[in-house]
Design a binder for this molecule. Structure first.
Ligand code: S3P
Length: 447
């Protein structure tokens, strides 16, 4: 949806300790991919635990527009009847991916080697984000694109009539770009090779293998070299979506900074390409345990137990870890405000092209809330003030960015004065039950 209606200001304030069990929703990255790969299979894919956030619902609508069936049973099970690799039909209307960079970029990839034309748009945030990073490699397959200046949406893609396979070194650390190229490669004959210097989330590779594609990843001096054999017949799957570590980050970080808290967040996917935040928090002195470690559906899973952590200390976050926690820097910077000393975060240029410029949005709001922040193009440093010493007491702008909204609401649960976000509406894109879930733990967040 290209707009979520009137802005919804929300205010959080310090109350008692947070306690209880927080069942966060399904993983957003895996949910998008489950729908898209289901739509490219022949037969019925059954998905449980799908994230029913607006981003994913927009991807479901896009799959329908491209000819697949995607339906929801009353018990929340999703069924996708796919059209097969190369089987997408030309959509009769514009595909609106709302706020979702993942949705639009992966769908562009999946249709770029089909002989159809599709026009994509999004909300005010998505229509500002760079798309050339995806359309450049898609052009190598033979797809043609017409978009706004600077490679922005709205944009029309004419898929390749006779696609050719490509070999592409991804110039930015982006799982969305990697995935768009792999999904395009599905309907190209021969082998498509994607090379990534830094490992980014690998759900597309794992899930493509699960759907029966021939895909091999080799670690070489160039980085990870991923080879996909085109034109497979994807076999429908039964998918249980693990719960989202990026959503778990909010109740976990809130528990660490609110005195007396003890929160359990069960069944969290801990794929190593996603789990960087939790190791960083442990290095800061967080009382955070991984309980009941196990494997489910090919992904490592654990229950996270987070308790108030009186002695948090700032750290240097290794640049090499950035890709595995890229969505968690906003909430990490909140924890850093309650730590003593500096938290330095280098190698994070990609934060500037997320749903908002996340370094700018967080730095501006943290400074207003009384925290010193230094920043450069690809780094930032938060100067922590320690527990009980974060003033808060301001209204911040969230720029249509769900993670900025949730991060400042977490900050307000432990700052001296309440925090208000100008618009909590976008939280529904990834974590529609954030409000009730946090209230159940004892958090005071009001509209
Ligand atoms: C995602 C990849 C990341 C991440 C986004 C989800 C994905 O984006 O920020 O929330 O599901 O592939 P980039 O690939 O642009 O880093």
């Amino acid at each position: 949806m290209s707009s979520h209606g009137p802005a919804v200001p929300l205010t959080s304030r310090a109350g008692g300790a947070l306690s209880g069990v927080a069942h966060v929703p399904g993983d957003k990255s895996i949910s998008h991919r489950a729908l898209i790969l289901g739509a490219l299979s022949v037969g019925e894919t059954v998905v449980t635990g799908l994230l029913e956030g607006q981003d994913v619902l927009d991807t479901a609508a896009a799959m329908r527009a491209l000819g697949a069936e995607a339906t929801r049973d009353d018990d929340g099970t999703w069924r996708v009847h796919g059209v097969g690799v190369g089987g997408f039909a030309e959509p009769a209307r514009v595909i609106d991916c709302g706020n979702s960079g993942t949705g639009v970029r992966l769908i562009m990839g999946a249709m770029a080697t089909c002989p159809i034309t599709a026009t994509f748009t999004g909300d005010a945030s998505l229509n500002k984000r760079p798309m050339a990073r995806v359309t450049d490699p898609l052009a190598l397959f033979g797809a043609q694109t017409v978009g706004r200046a600077g490679g922005r949406l709205p944009m029309t893609i004419r898929g390749a009539e006779n696609p050719v396979p490509v070999r592409y070194a991804v110039p930015v650390p982006s799982a969305q770009v990697k995935s768009a190229v792999l999904l395009a490669g599905l309907n190209a004959p021969g082998q498509t090779v994607v090379i990534e210097r830094e490992a980014t989330r690998d759900h597309t590779e794992r899930m493509l293998a699960g759907f029966g594609a021939e895909i091999v990843t080799e670690k070489t001096d160039e980085g990870r070299v991923i080879t996909l054999t085109g034109r497979p017949e994807l076999r429908p799957q039964t998918i249980v979506v693990p719960r989202d570590p990026s959503s778990a980050a909010f109740p976990v970080c809130a528990a660490l900074i609110v005195p007396g808290s003890d929160v359990l967040v069960p069944n969290i996917g801990l794929n190593p390409t996603r789990a960087g935040l939790f190791f960083t928090l442990q290095e800061m002195g967080a009382d955070l345990a991984f309980e009941n470690m196990r494997e489910e559906g090919g992904e490592p899973v654990a229950d996270l137990r987070a308790r108030y952590s009186p002695a948090l200390a700032g750290v240097e976050v290794p640049a090499e870890r950035a890709a595995s926690m890229i969505d968690e820097y906003p909430v990490l910077s909140v924890v850093a405000a309650f730590a003593t000393g500096k938290t330095h975060m280098p190698g994070v240029k990609e934060l500037r092209v997320k749903e908002s410029d996340r370094i700018d949005a967080m730095a501006t709001g943290l400074r207003a809330a009384g925290i010193a922040v230094d920043e450069g193009e690809d780094w930032w440093t938060v100067h922590g003030r320690g527990h009980g010493a974060v003033p808060g007491g301001v209204t911040v702008q969230t720029h249509l960015d769900h993670r900025i909204a949730m991060s400042f609401l977490v900050l307000g649960l432990a700052s001296t004065a309440p925090m208000t976000v100008d618009d909590g509406g976008p939280i529904a894109t990834s974590f529609p039950v954030f409000g009730p879930l946090m209230a159940e733990l004892g958090a005071v967040i009001e509209g």
